[in-house]
Design a protein around this ligand. Structure first.
Ligand code: UN1
Length: 517
């Protein structure tokens, strides 16, 4: 059934729609009967064409004064704000994110615009003293050129804005490849940006394509030197492929990958606060954030008490229709539901699961379910106690509503457990002891550390990014992301009228090194 609001979505290259090679319906995961839009998927040639269009448009975009580009960002932020409810409703309809969270996600675009609109009037370079007279040194931030942005659909508008807003502000042109299952939301985002910013054709192109066509197009466009930077948010496995491809072209991608984010509960923790944090970060967005909680590492002295309260909170949480007040809606898309079923097969006999598991159905019901579970991709939340180093559930990211629990005796052991999976995105510790908090901060491998707060819910103007399997050290957000989308250019200007040779023609004062008081 195609609902009246089902939209037709195509790629937009150089300001014009480009019909692709096949059309796929994007459905509502909370109501699989509802077609949210019909999406025309492009081939690799369209991707390359988009990179060409971006390259053509980039120079004149970079010539627009940065404060004027900052004004464009200001207008985009305002237009997004004025369309916040409609955009959030679309997020909920296409990926099943609970409406309250979807509104928060839209807010994150506005926050990002708020931060960068003023950056157009800064985008500072430096003046640097020269070692020689009559010579001046400067640094300038130069846009990198054409930026390809490939994003996941769990944050279909907030995370793209982390790339696209600063990249545009810095004078780059963009080719965006959004997730297949959030194409309709992406089309709305693209339209808001182009209209709100008054962006010239070709400055912001969007290509809807599957992974294979994208990879082929990316490889060709990189080989043809049409692309200067790739930003990617998604799995560690695909991140490695993109890192290899860009590396072969002497480029460093901005990679924001998976996580197995630990939450440590110490003996001095406020247990109710820790339970609240574990509940939100474990099961908010149905566990499908890169910052979602992976494993609770709880001190053995408070394990039973914590687990009892945590299980009770999970049992009481509202699950169901994402347009209503729920903690957790459906999985984002069929492919995530299928993968979640695989993760459930990883549960082993030495691990204990308190509640029902698998798909929520009439035969496998969930008390207090909001709405009709048969309509969508709804799953029971899982708390798996007794996970150990080496277990797949302990070591690998499980993108979905499943949280492992394990115990520790000394903080050093907790940190070792927290670092063991080899990711390093987000992390959390609940404690009232400053020594624990700072020891954890120092030794944890994660790029982001929460103290008495959950692993998810980072603010939009602090560096966001991970280490190890979570990324290659790149950071998004705030001033830090500017280093992804600009390159430093050093300028020296010698007006002495002579060739002054650095290191050689440098005057030296004569120190009296033998002087003593
Ligand atoms: C993601 O899942 O890719 O910190 C990003 C958070 C959100 C962003 C998550 N602000 O949980």
């Amino acid at each position: 059934m195609t609902t009246p609001r089902a939209r037709q979505v195509t790629s937009i290259v150089g300001g014009s729609p480009v019909t692709g090679v096949r059309t796929v319906a994007s459905t509502n995961p909370a109501n699989l009967e509802e077609v949210v839009g019909e999406v025309s998927f492009a081939d690799a040639a369209t991707f390359v064409g988009a990179a060409e269009a971006a390259k053509k448009a980039q120079e004149s975009w970079a010539a627009v004064p940065a404060p004027v580009r900052g004004r464009a960002i200001a207008h985009i932020g305002r237009l997004v704000e004025d369309n916040a409810e409609a955009l959030a409703r679309l997020v909920t309809a296409e990926i099943g994110k609970p409406y309250g969270e979807a509104l928060g996600e839209v807010r994150e675009i506005v926050d990002t615009c708020d931060f960068f609109l003023g950056e157009g009037r800064r985008l500072y370079g430096q003046t640097v003293p020269s070692e020689m007279p009559d010579k001046q040194l400067f640094t300038f931030r130069q846009p990198v050129g054409v930026v390809v942005v490939i994003t996941a659909g769990n944050f279909p508008v907030a995370v793209p804005s982390w790339y696209i807003v600063p990249a545009l502000l810095a004078g780059n042109a963009i080719v965006w490849k959004p997730a297949e299952y959030s194409a309709v939301v992406s089309a709305a985002f693209h339209e808001l940006f182009v209209r709100g910013g008054g962006l010239p054709d070709g400055v912001f192109n969007v290509v809807h394509a599957d992974g294979a066509a994208t990879f082929e197009g990316l490889e060709k466009a990189l080989d043809a030197r049409l692309i200067d930077k790739v930003g990617f948010t998604g799995s560690s496995a695909v991140g490695k492929e993109i890192g290899a491809l860009t590396g072969r072209n002497l480029q460093t991608a901005c990679l924001e990958l998976g996580g197995k984010n630990p939450l440590v509960v110490t003996p001095t923790a406020d247990l109710d606060l820790a339970v609240e944090g574990a509940l939100f970060s474990g099961f908010g967005t149905a566990g499908q954030r890169c910052t979602s909680l992976g494993t609770v590492i709880v001190h053995e002295s408070v394990h039973d008490e914590f687990l009892g309260r945590f299980n009770a909170a999970v049992a009481a949480a509202k699950i169901g229709d994402p347009t209503r007040e729920v903690l957790m809606g459906p999985m984002l898309d069929q492919k995530f539901a299928d993968r979640y079923e695989e993760y459930l097969d990883w549960i082993q006999p030495h691990q204990k699961v308190q509640a029902a598991r698998g798909r929520i159905t009439a035969d496998n019901p969930r008390a207090g379910f909001v709405g009709d579970p048969a309509a969508g991709l709804y799953y029971h939340p899982g708390v798996v106690d007794g996970v150990r180093v080496g277990d797949r559930l302990f070591m690998e990211e499980t993108f979905g509503p499943i949280v492992g629990v394990t115990t520790y005796r000394a903080l050093a052991e907790a940190i070792e457990l927290a670092n063991a999976p080899g990711y390093g995105l987000s992390s959390s510790i609940y404690t009232t002891d400053p020594k624990d908090a700072f020891t954890f901060r120092t030794k944890i491998s994660a790029g982001m550390v929460s103290i008495n707060n959950s692993t998810s819910g980072a603010e939009a103007h602090l560096p966001f990014g991970g280490n190890g399997k979570s990324g290659n050290g790149s950071r998004q957000s705030g001033v830090w992301v500017l280093d992804q989308f600009t390159r430093w250019q050093s300028v020296n200007w010698d007006y002495s009228g002579r060739l002054q040779k650095a290191q050689m023609d440098v005057a030296e004062l004569t120190p009296d090194t033998t002087f003593r008081l």
